[in-house]
Design a protein around this ligand. Structure first.
Ligand code: NAD
Length: 436
């Protein structure tokens, strides 16, 4: 099939590359010409494991090309995926300007039948708005499909190649046939392809993210009880996760969810409800708990130093909002860095892949260490923010030598409590007793 993908971020580039991998001809369009030039030289513009190999292979085989010219890409394709940003507006609603402006431009250059597919996360009713916008500028026939994306950064290629499910919102029997064929290579079982109406498809994405965020906030709330009552949240996680009705995943207490999706999508769902004079009490509580969890973690650190962080040197392990990505959007690290600096502390950070993106965003307000141990030189405390594999089994002897105080605040519960006691560290984690 001949496909255009508009927007080459984490979703668009993975979608385009993985669609090319099964034999389709894919043209990826991006407004960022520098990024397009990079991709034309077969350079992946961001960090995503397993992407580079198939990206390069499909470029070499001529199935994956790049342009900043929307019209030529539309002309050359039958299916047009939109994988555009939908960042939050000030009021929490999703900013649809990228999607609707592109719909307008597509309408202006439509010369024959196209299937326009929205992969961005958008509020209910957006497919209708896209349809109206394109129709306003074109007399040619077209379909608008809602096909929300569920891939996770860090395992995006695997998620696309072997999805748990694919949601396709459409009323068109013709589109159903095309999508059954398009997605057949990614499914061993056809029931993973779920057709529904566009509105349900749009809401499914928000419901999924809000539900996952709910699991996280729920466990974070339990972790606070654990700390107050002398229980261990890791035991609670194991104890309830073995119940199939609850499931093992997303039960990890920590410092709250971040990233490019959960915070904005949960907010947007709440705004959707407000706009129709409805109330999503659980969703609102999830947001509140998430904010409190971050603040609570910061206050633990601040309290340890008697409420005075002035002149303290903080080592930070992890900047990305989760492992295996360089994405910093809504990362808890940024919240903590702001707080530490505002209180007069200095921060030395290390992250295996997200230091360049951090430097781009916050410049030299912090120092960047060349490895995880150098970040500890003369530090008054180590704060662990991202659960990178390399932090799971570090050399505690080197850590003890480099840190001024053997003090660790672990927002990801990476270490065994008994072992930390034996090693003689002050070790403060989430929802577990503090080792003094
Ligand atoms: P992103 O910010 O990584 O990428 C967006 C890309 O679109 C950028 O390369 C940007 O230059 C490009 N762009 C902006 N305006 C454009 C225009 N007019 N024409 C062409 N290109 C343009 O975004 P993302 O993380 O890939 O997310 C895209 C959408 O998918 C969002 O709605 C997001 O909520 C949703 N989503 C994201 C993820 C994720 O893990 N990142 C997962 C599922 C769904």
């Amino acid at each position: 099939m001949r496909i255009a993908v508009v927007g080459t971020g984490y979703v668009g580039l993975v979608t385009g590359t993985c669609l090319a991998e099964t034999g389709n001809n894919v043209i990826c369009v991006d407004i960022n010409e520098q990024k397009v030039a990079q991709m034309q030289q077969a350079i992946v513009p961001f960090y995503e494991p397993d992407l580079e190999g198939i990206f390069k292979r499909n470029i070499a085989q001529g199935r994956l090309t790049f342009t900043s010219d929307l019209e030529s890409a539309i002309d050359a394709s039958t299916i047009v995926f939109l994988a555009l940003p939908t960042p939050p507006n000030e009021d929490g609603s999703a900013d649809l300007s990228y999607v609707l402006n592109t719909a307008e431009n597509i309408g202006k250059c439509l010369k024959s039948f196209k299937i326009i597919v929205n992969k961005s996360t958008v509020p209910v009713g957006t497919a209708d708005q896209v349809r109206e916008m394109v129709a306003r500028h074109s007399k040619h026939p077209f379909e608008v499909v809602s096909n929300p994306e569920f891939l996770r950064e860090g395992v995006a290629v695997m998620d696309f190649m072997k999805p748990n499910r694919i949601i396709v919102g459409t009323h068109s029997e013709e589109v159903k046939k095309v999508f059954s064929e398009l997605y057949a290579p990614y499914m061993r079982q056809g029931e993973r392809l779920i057709f529904m109406d566009e509105r349900s498809a749009e809401l499914t994405k928000y419901a999924a993210n809000a539900f996952l965020a709910t699991k996280i906030s729920f466990m974070n709330e339990i972790s606070v009880l654990c700390e107050e009552l002398g229980a261990n949240v890791e035991m609670i996680r194991k104890g309830i996760g073995t119940d199939d009705r609850i499931g093992k995943q997303f039960l990890y207490a920590g410092i709250g969810y971040g990233g490019s999706c959960f915070p904005k999508d949960v907010q947007a769902l709440s705004k959707t409800a407000t706009d129709i004079d409805s109330k999503v009490n659980i969703v609102e509580a999830v947001i509140k708990t998430n904010t409190q969890q971050r603040e609570r973690f910061f206050h633990k650190i601040s309290d340890f130093f008697g409420g005075n962080l002035k002149g303290k040197r903080i080592a930070l392990w992890g900047l990305a909002f989760k492992p295996e990505t360089d994405d910093l959007r809504e990362a808890p690290s940024l919240f903590l860095i702001d707080k530490f600096l505002a209180e007069g502390a200095t921060v030395a950070a290390y992250d295996p892949v997200a230091m360049d993106s951090t430097r781009k965003q916050i410049g030299d307000r912090i120092t960047y260490a060349s490895n995880q141990y150098d970040a500890l030189n003369g530090a008054d405390a180590l704060v662990i923010v991202t659960e990178w594999q390399a932090f799971r089994n570090p050399d505690f002897d080197i850590m003890a030598q480099k840190l001024t105080n053997k003090v660790i605040f672990d927002g990801r519960n990476l270490y065994d409590l008994n072992r930390m006691e034996e090693r003689g560290f002050y070790y403060n984690s989430v929802g577990r007793k503090t080792i003094l």
